[in-house]
Structure formats: C-alpha cells, structure tokens
Design a protein around this ligand. Structure first.
Ligand code: DHK
Length: 147
C-alpha cells in the first residue's frame, strides 16, 4: 500500500463555503476533501485542517515518517510561520504549496509566502479546483520519483 499523500490545511479554511466567497468561492472543506479523494483514486490521502500552528507542525512531522508527499495550504501561516517552514524543510518527499487565490494579486501582506522555498511546486489562483489539480500533479510527481 502506498504511503498516503498528506493534504494539510491551515487556519480559517474550515470556514470555506461562507468565508469571503468572492475570493475563496463557495466550496466547503468537506467538498474539497471529496474532490481530493476522487482525484487521488487508489492513492491514499490524509486530509486534515487545523487553526493551530503547532498541530500543522505535528502533522508535517507525522508525514515525514508515514507519508509519501505533502499538499499544503498553510493559509495565513504561509506568511509568517518559521516553525511550519522548518518542518517542511525536513520532509524528504515532494511538496506542493497550494493557495485557492492568486496571492500575488492580493493585498501586500499576502504576497510573500515563506513556504515556497521548501516547496517542489506552487499552485495558486485556480480556486477550489486547485486542490484536485494539486493531487493529480502530485500523483505524477510520485510516479516520476518511483520510475
Ligand atoms: C488562504 C488563506 O486563508 C489566506 O490567508 C491566504 C489562502 C490565501 C488561499 O488562497 O488559499 O492569503
């Protein structure tokens, strides 16, 4: 059995569906999980969300030992969390940083993600569909890695 892809979500993403729909759309986190599982097919995934920085760090540590890849939307932690960045730098597999919005078209405070230096790739601006795109892309990265 393949080790799971960890799809990790940061603060406030539990409010998707009603949170600033003009930016994030109306897809709920539960619907995003369904989209990810459909895109993953037989590949197992761990889909989680937290509002706590320490929990996101703990899950990245778990992925270091038990996961094959990480797709992460760190949300607001993207811009200030050295602990999340440091944890990602320890992860040996591929990492896709994901944002629903195009952070470069947002207010200045959202335009520089600390996480990107640890990411294999960054996907942003595709809206909620970006999650399925990220999982599909990760399947290809893992296949290339195992070839
Ligand atoms: C999600 C958030 O919660 C924001 O803090 C980021 C990101 C953007 C997103 O687009 O998924 O600025």
């Amino acid at each position: 059995m393949n080790k799971p892809i960890y799809v990790l979500n940061g603060p406030n993403l539990n409010r998707l569906g009603t949170r600033e729909p003009e930016i994030y759309g109306r897809t709920t986190l539960a619907e995003l999980e369904t989209m990810c599982r459909k895109a993953a097919g037989a590949q197992p995934i761990e889909f989680r969300q937290t509002n706590a920085e320490h929990e996101l760090v703990d899950w990245i540590h778990e992925a270091i030992d038990a996961g094959s890849a990480i797709v992460i939307n760190p949300a607001g932690l993207s811009f200030r969390s050295i602990p999340v960045l440091d944890a990602l730098k320890m992860f040996p597999g591929p990492i896709i940083e994901l944002h629903i919005s195009n952070i470069h078209r947002r207010e200045e405070i959202y335009r520089h993600s600390l996480m990107s230096t640890a990411a294999t790739a960054v996907i942003m601006g595709l809206g909620p569909e970006g999650y399925a795109t990220a999982v599909s892309a990760m399947l290809r990265l893992l296949k290339k890695k195992s070839a």
